[in-house]
Write a protein that binds this ligand. Structure first.
Ligand code: SF4
Ligand code: SF4
Ligand code: SF4
Length: 209
């Protein structure tokens, strides 16, 4: 089978939440690693044991237990933004792999619940902790996966088109993630300082308005 077809078929089995819990930058990069680098097939918590089984069948490999170091298979959640506290910093938009958040710089942001994959990648970057994950109240279906795959690919194409010159998609993605990751991994004093500065800027804007 041609490699690209194999990657497509593996990708079609993956749930497309694009959560990166497998350790790769989305479902397709994980599919590539399975096809090209013989990566383990048990690293996708959203797919659960059923997903591992489907991959084992597709690839005619033994079926291992889901690797719990990647996370647990949990009921679907979606993100909700406490709009009263949002300062419009756009960090969550940069973190969302499927463009499920709308908003503009310095304006309130909102999650499009129907398009949210529950990946929770937007939660850690928020400097004022105003994004929470709540039970979605529905299952993740094949139709959700199709929509998420399309939205993820559209975002990748858009980033590539915008930054095709020297940076490349991977570099651009990392550049987007750098401030996000730095903030998420900073110590609590730094984080509190960033939050205080953000709140101060928001207060100043409100006073000006
Ligand atoms: S759903 Fe998450 S863990 Fe599973 S393959 Fe996609 S990005 Fe990786
Ligand atoms: S809104 Fe948050 S949880 Fe939902 S898909 Fe985007 S980053 Fe993931
Ligand atoms: S990261 Fe938080 S404060 Fe910033 S735009 Fe998103 S929800 Fe609002």
């Amino acid at each position: 089978m041609p490699t690209s077809l194999l990657i497509d078929r593996i990708n079609a089995v993956l749930p497309q939440t694009q959560c990166t819990k497998c350790g790769y930058d989305g479902c397709r990069p994980y599919a590539r690693a399975i096809a090209l680098d013989n990566a383990a097939i048990n690293r996708c918590p959203p797919g659960g044991q059923q997903g591992v089984q489907a991959l084992a069948r597709l690839l005619d490999r033994p079926e291992p237990e889901l690797d719990s170091s990647c996370g647990e298979h949990l009921p679907l959640q979606v993100a909700v933004i406490d709009e009263a506290h949002c300062i419009g910093c756009t960090l969550c938009i940069q973190a969302c792999p499927v463009d499920a958040i709308v908003g503009a710089n310095k304006l309130m942001h909102t999650v499009l619940a129907d398009d949210c994959t529950g990946c929770d990648l937007c939660v850690a970057p928020c400097p004022v902790d105003c994004i929470i994950m709540v039970d979605a109240g529905h299952e993740w279906t094949a139709q959700h996966a199709d929509t998420a795959r399309t939205r993820y690919e559209q975002r990748q194409h858009r980033l590539q088109a915008l930054h095709h010159e020297s940076s490349g998609l991977a570099a651009r993605t990392l550049a987007n993630k750098a401030p996000v990751a730095a903030l998420a991994s900073s110590d609590s004093t730094t984080r509190q300082a960033v939050i205080a500065q953000a709140l101060e800027r928001a207060r100043a804007r409100r006073q000006k308005a």
